[in-house]
Design a protein around this ligand. Structure first.
Ligand SMILES: [Zn+2]
Ligand SMILES: [Zn+2]
Length: 246
C-alpha cells in the first residue's frame, strides 16, 4: 500500500513538472515558449509597424495601411508581441473564454523581457477597460491581467480611473471606420485630470485595426496625457505576409 502511494506520488510529481516545463503554446518540451513556437508565433525575424504594431518585413517601418494613413494616430507607437494565429490564438482565447487567467503567469517573464525592449519607460500602465456588464459575465478583464503582469515584473504602476461607459457590439466583422464610430464615446475618465502630464502604455490582449487603442488614446490625450503607447499580446500579419504564414 505504501509502495503504491509512493509510486502514485512520483507519477503525479512527474506530471506536475512536465506541465510546468511544457511550452504554453504547443504543450511540447522547452517551456514556457519553445523555439518552434517562438519562430512560428513571435517571429523574432520580423519587424513591427511602428504605428499599429502589425508584424511586417524588417526593412520597413510602417505597414501598408499606416503608410496610406489608415493607422491609429493618437499613439506614439504600438508594440505587439506575437502573431494572432495557431497556438498563440488558442492560448489567448482559452484565457479569455475558459477563465484561466492563472496561465498568464507562465508567459510573464518572456513577455515583459520583450516589452521593456519594445517601448520606452513610462509613468505607468492602463488596461483597456471592459464594460461592467461584460465584466460581470466574464468575471475578469484579460487586459487587466496583462497589466498586472507588467506591474509585478516591471514595477510599473497601474493607473485606474478609465471606464468603458458604452456597451458596444462585437467588432469582429466591422471595418476600421465602423469600429471607430462604434467606439465614439465608449471610454471616459472618472476624474478628468488624472492622466495630466503622464506617459502611459495602454494594454490590451489583441489589436486588429488599432481602433480600440486609438479610442482610449483619444480620451487620455484629450485629458492632458503627454505620451501614449499601445501594448498588446498579438496582432495580425501585414496582408502581404499572410500567404507566407497561416
Ligand atoms: Zn511550443
Ligand atoms: Zn501599421
Amino acid at each position: 500500500m505504501i509502495t503504491l502511494a509512493r509510486e502514485s506520488a512520483k507519477i503525479i510529481r512527474s506530471l506536475w513538472y512536465t506541465a510546468e516545463s511544457a511550452c504554453v503554446l504547443c504543450s511540447g518540451k522547452h517551456g514556457p515558449i519553445c523555439p518552434d513556437c517562438t519562430r512560428e508565433y513571435l517571429h523574432p525575424e520580423l519587424g513591427r509597424c511602428l504605428r499599429c504594431g502589425k508584424l511586417i518585413v524588417p526593412e520597413k517601418v510602417l505597414c501598408l495601411d499606416c503608410e496610406i494613413g489608415k493607422g491609429p494616430k493618437q499613439l506614439e507607437r504600438v508594440a505587439v508581441w506575437g502573431h494572432y494565429s495557431g497556438g498563440l490564438k488558442r492560448f489567448i482565447r482559452e484565457l479569455k473564454f475558459a477563465s484561466t487567467p492563472l496561465h498568464f503567469q507562465r508567459i510573464a517573464r518572456p513577455l515583459t523581457d520583450w516589452a521593456i525592449k519594445a517601448l520606452p519607460a513610462v509613468d505607468g500602465v492602463v488596461a483597456v477597460p471592459m464594460h461592467p456588464a461584460r465584466l460581470a459575465e466574464r468575471g475578469f478583464n484579460q487586459a487587466e491581467v496583462i497589466a498586472s503582469l507588467l506591474h509585478w515584473e516591471l514595477g510599473l504602476p497601474i493607473f485606474q480611473g478609465l471606464e468603458r461607459v458604452k456597451l458596444t457590439p462585437p467588432q469582429v466583422a466591422l471595418s476600421r471606420r465602423e469600429r471607430l464610430s462604434n467606439l465614439k464615446g465608449a471610454f471616459a475618465l472618472r476624474k478628468p485630470d488624472s492622466f495630466q502630464g503622464r506617459e502611459v502604455w495602454i494594454v490590451d490582449d489583441v489589436t486588429t485595426t488599432g481602433s480600440t487603442l486609438e479610442a482610449v488614446a483619444e480620451v487620455l490625450r484629450g485629458n492632458g496625457a503627454k505620451a501614449v503607447y499601445g501594448f498588446c499580446l498579438a496582432a495580425g500579419l501585414e496582408k502581404v505576409l499572410v500567404p507566407l504564414s497561416d
